[in-house]
Ligand binder design. Structure first.
Ligand code: NGO
Length: 511
């Protein structure tokens, strides 16, 4: 045999042997992480996760350790448990928080996977939780019982672009149960989002118990869009949502929308109306017809009580005052009203957030305007010293339809296909609003057309991971053509979690 023929033969035997060996995930850099980390390095081997694998945590990190154990056990069918350790063990998984910013900042983390050991080290507990989410994305979606679980070795160094990465759920137009809100929180947590804004009141419903004004929920909470039975959270239930979110490093922002979008309150208490008469409950979807009576003292007593009770239940730094579409409040009444409400919020120890219209009031230091529609309002807010949350309706509203065939959602701001939702940069979208003015990004889901969590899922997925990535990953590191391949890998994850998602034709979903 000639030497070339022998070489060829040897090569084909090797190839044949290679194709028989089971595929092990030894290239960490091929994992479709969302949001995309700052850097990923592969070392080409595998860590085997098995029933004897220990999960060790530094004192104080038990909760995140338990979260990791629960998630790993769900995927693998194993029964891993958590122990505390004072130093890095030589085998197993170890979660560690240094308490110092270091090169990756407080929220940054380093995930290191070797054949024997996985470590997550971070500046603060949030960073540690994000490292855990990255680790979870290295695992297969589901593992058959008894099958070894192989995790590719290498390291991930990572930190977020923006400190504020959120979504909003409108629980006023349709009410969602505590369990549904928890599911929504889990969606955010999986993609390292850290804020859930709850739109707790609107014309169609008041959704949080206020002990000093009980009729708000008794009457105002009794219906919703379409005339359904509505509902509300007791203060204990709201606290349970806050607690569940906190365990997942998510801050709740409560919103009480005012002076417009207040029909549910106006129907509950006649004295909040200028004519002293309660309005009828409302179950339609028009906006802009209601207003609190801005020159009655009782209005401010009411707001004072509401802000005080909700603030006492809310550990996060913010209170959202709404302020949008107050078409029935003359601007000369609107401005002093918003100014006074800002003072009430600040005196309750919270920072003000409002939709971009509140920029017409003053002063704005320490306040944040949420850009949704009006560039002039938003730049005015910036000039007055406010920070901006970017929620452009035409790009980031989760209730906008994907295209003209979408059976749920609205399209007043346009259709938002998955690529359009992903391909924009918060720091360059609005002239006059630049990186240093921006606190972060939030994707709101208004619920005029969605009535349960399955419908919510259809509008939220697959766009939510894109908004999470806009908040986390620097714009230089983002590109739709590359992102869509990573998103394609997540279709199986959505399925495994029972998420009803929109199978956009723009994404080459992996089967
Ligand atoms: C607008 C309006 C909401 C609607 C939503 C529907 C804002 C800030 N106010 O956004 O009341 O529910 O559009 O997309």
């Amino acid at each position: 045999m000639r030497i070339n023929t022998i070489l060829l033969l040897a090569m084909s035997i090797t190839l044949a042997l290679l194709s028989c060996t089971p595929k092990t995930p030894t290239d960490l850099a091929k994992t479709g992480f969302i949001p995309k980390p700052v850097s990923v390095t592969s070392t080409g081997e595998a860590f085997i996760l098995k029933s004897s694998t220990g999960i060790f945590v530094q004192e104080g990190q038990q909760q995140t350790g338990q979260y990791l154990a629960d998630e790993l056990n769900k995927i693998t069918g194993l029964s891993l448990t958590v122990e505390t350790a004072t130093e890095t063990p030589s085998n197993g998984i170890y979660l560690f928080v240094s308490g110092e910013a270091g090169e990756l900042g407080m929220e940054g983390y380093e995930l290191t996977i070797s054949k024997k050991q996985i470590t997550v080290s971070a500046g603060n507990p949030a960073g540690c939780f994000y490292g855990v989410q990255t680790l979870l994305q290295t695992l297969p979606v589901k593992v058959n019982p008894g099958e070894p679980v192989e995790i590719a070795t290498g390291s991930v160094s990572d930190f977020p672009e923006y400190t504020f990465r959120g979504a909003m759920l409108d629980v006023a137009r349709h009410f969602f149960s505590v369990d549904e809100v928890k599911q929504f929180i889990d969606f955010l947590a999986a993609y390292k989002m850290n804020v859930l804004h709850l739109h707790l009141s609107d014309d169609q419903g008041w959704r949080i118990e206020i002990k000093s004004w009980p009729k708000l929920t008794e009457i105002g909470g009794s219906t919703e869009v379409g005339g359904g039975e509505g509902g509300f959270y007791t203060q204990e239930q709201y606290s349970e949502i806050v607690r569940y979110a906190h365990e997942r490093q998510i801050t709740i922002i409560p919103e009480i929308d005012m002076p417009g979008h207040t029909n549910a309150a106006l129907a509950s208490y006649p004295e909040l109306n200028c004519n002293g008469k309660a309005t009828e409950l409302y179950t339609g979807t028009e906006v802009g017809f209601s207003t609190l009576c801005t020159d009655k003292e009782i209005t401010y007593q009411f707001i004072g009580d509401v802000v005080r009770e909700i603030s006492a239940l809310t550990p996060g730094p913010w209170f959202h005052v709404g302020g949008d579409e107050s078409h029935s409040t003359p601007i000369e009444d609107y401005i002093p009203f918003v100014n006074r409400v800002q003072e009430i919020v600040v005196s309750n120890g919270k920072k003000v957030i409002g939709w971009d219209e509140i920029a017409n009031a003053a002063p704005m230091e320490n306040a944040t305007v949420q850009f949704w529609a009006d560039i002039k309002n938003t730049t005015l807010g910036v000039e007055k010293g406010a920070k901006v949350i970017m929620s452009p309706a035409a790009k980031a509203y989760l209730d906008m339809q994907y295209d003209s065939t979408t059976h749920l959602g609205l399209h007043w701001a346009g259709y938002i296909e998955v690529d359009a939702g992903y391909s924009w940069d918060p720091a360059t979208l609005v002239p006059g609003v630049s990186r240093e003015n921006i606190l972060g990004v939030e994707a709101p889901l208004w619920s005029e057309t969605v009535t349960n969590i399955d419908e919510v899922e259809y509008l939220v997925f697959p766009r939510l991971p894109g908004y999470a990535e806009i908040g986390w990953t620097s714009p230089e590191n983002r590109n739709w053509d590359e992102y869509k391949l990573r998103l394609a890998q997540h279709g199986k994850r959505f399925e495994a979690k029972g998420i009803d998602f929109y199978r956009s034709k723009l994404v080459p979903w992996e089967e």
